[in-house]
Write a protein that binds this ligand. Structure first.
Ligand code: HSE
Length: 431
């Protein structure tokens, strides 16, 4: 039986998972694919800590060059994370004629264009199934299962930490800081949860999904990114009363010949498929022209879930190697039917607005007057009576309005003497 050697750089949680699967499913995989996958070397800066897999200590090294320069290694699996060193190792591995598997979404989002071009030039491949939704086979599905489709939009809940926090706030009726503490206690959130909570991790994943679905490599700086740190329990509860739930969405939408690419918290109607995706789960909703609306759902993190995706990439590459195939993941020709990215100010949405106003005659008229001046039409309005307070929340749902008009109107509303707090506006999706 043909044997293909792999080298693993990064022996952390997911790396251990990959070793476990390749050890425990060795004969199953060999029977399925007709190839023996052998781990030849494992590199990590820490090779002394005990892990929950047993391996021959002679396989361990602190020097990644022992993998990159080994002519018997065909596939380099990069699971160390970070950017500068990981990029250097991946580039060197490609230059040395090796295929690469990685879960490093931050690196691919920042340097994907360069790394994919290098891989293409060298006739090698970079596979990255574990970088979005861990074990959910979303990348393979877009690339292969849905290859004949054109996509209208992608809506993804691709960050388990922020989804857990929003779910916790809704179910436990708690503030965002208690929800983040709960996520940290459970081991879901990092000590510094900024990347997850501020939508940056979702944006990294969105760059990859957008490329696969729309053939466009978008720079991170061109994505509108808003996290969930400003979402209050009050808004979660008003959303519930109005029949919505708040989710942090990573969205790519084709509108005419432009693409809208953004990460933001949005109201989703409770009957929308994504609204029932709770806790650390991820889901990606795709609207395609041939296969229709599809949703991919599952745990978005976890050792074996992510490792399952890494092993699937390794297996794909072994099949390519065996058949002498080169199937570049990314077509280097971008989709020219997309003329550009739409700027956030031009986006059109329905909005939920909460204005904290003094309860006296004429205040509502002043607010609606300003909205009317900017062409923003109100679909519904509710004033929440607060018996002990002079200041009451006025909750409005608008018809479709342009983002820049909405923001300018809100600035003017906030300058009114009877408005006592900064107003809140949250976009409504899925309607
Ligand atoms: N930090 C990510 C999340 C998991 O919370 O979903 C890894 O992609």
């Amino acid at each position: 039986m043909k044997k293909i050697n792999i080298g693993l750089i990064g022996f952390g949680n997911v790396g251990c998972g990959v070793v476990k699967i390749l050890q425990q499913r060795k004969s199953l995989l060999a029977r399925k694919i007709g190839i023996e996958i052998a781990i030849k070397k494992i590199c990590d800066k820490d090779i002394s800590s005990k892990r929950d897999v047993s391996i021959d200590p002679s396989m361990l090294t602190r020097d990644a060059n022992e993998i990159i320069n080994d002519p018997q290694i065909d596939i380099v699996v990069e699971l160390m994370g970070g950017q500068t060193t990981a990029k250097e190792y991946i580039s060197c591995a490609l230059k040395k004629g090796k295929h690469v598997v990685t879960a490093n979404k931050a690196l691919l989002a920042e340097c994907g264009r360069e790394l994919f071009a290098l891989a293409f030039e060298r006739g090698k491949n970079i596979y990255f199934e574990a970088s979005v939704g861990a074990g959910i086979p979303i990348i393979k599905s877009i690339k292969e299962g849905l290859v004949a489709n054109k996509f209208k939009c992608i809506f993804g809940i691709v960050n388990g930490t922020s989804n857990y926090v929003l779910t916790q706030m809704e179910k436990e009726n708690c503030s965002i800081s208690s929800a983040i503490s709960a996520a940290q206690k459970e081991g879901f959130a990092e000590k510094d949860p900024t990347l997850d909570i501020e939508g940056i991790d979702s944006a990294h994943k969105l760059v990859l999904l957008t490329y696969l679905a729309f053939g466009k490599i978008v720079s991170l700086k061109d994505i509108f990114i808003e996290g969930i740190s400003h979402i209050s329990l009050a808004d979660i509860n008003y959303a519930k009363e109005l029949g919505y739930t708040i989710k942090l969405l990573a969205i790519a939408k084709k509108v005419a010949d432009e693409l809208e690419v953004m990460v933001y918290p949005a109201f989703l109607p409770c009957e929308h498929l994504l609204s029932s995706v709770d806790g650390i789960f991820n889901a990606i909703f795709l609207s395609s022209d041939l296969a229709g609306d599809l949703m991919f759902y599952g745990p978005g993190a976890g050792q074996l879930s992510a490792a399952s995706a890494v092993v699937s990439d390794i297996v794909d590459l072994t099949q390519d190697i065996k058949a002498g195939l080169f199937r570049p993941t990314l077509n280097t020709v971008e989709d020219n039917s997309i003329k550009g990215l739409r700027k956030i100010g031009e986006f059109e949405n329905k909005y939920y607005i909460r204005v904290m106003a003094v309860d006296k005659p004429g205040v509502l008229a002043s607010i609606s007057g300003i909205l009317a001046k900017f062409g923003i039409s109100i679909a519904s309005v509710t004033q929440k009576e607060k018996l002990k307070s002079q200041v009451v929340p006025v909750i409005m749902i608008t018809h479709y309005a342009k983002e820049k008009n909405l923001r300018t109107a809100l600035k003017m509303i906030d300058k009114l003497a009877d408005i006592k707090e900064k107003s809140v506006a949250i976009r409504i999706e899925g309607v």
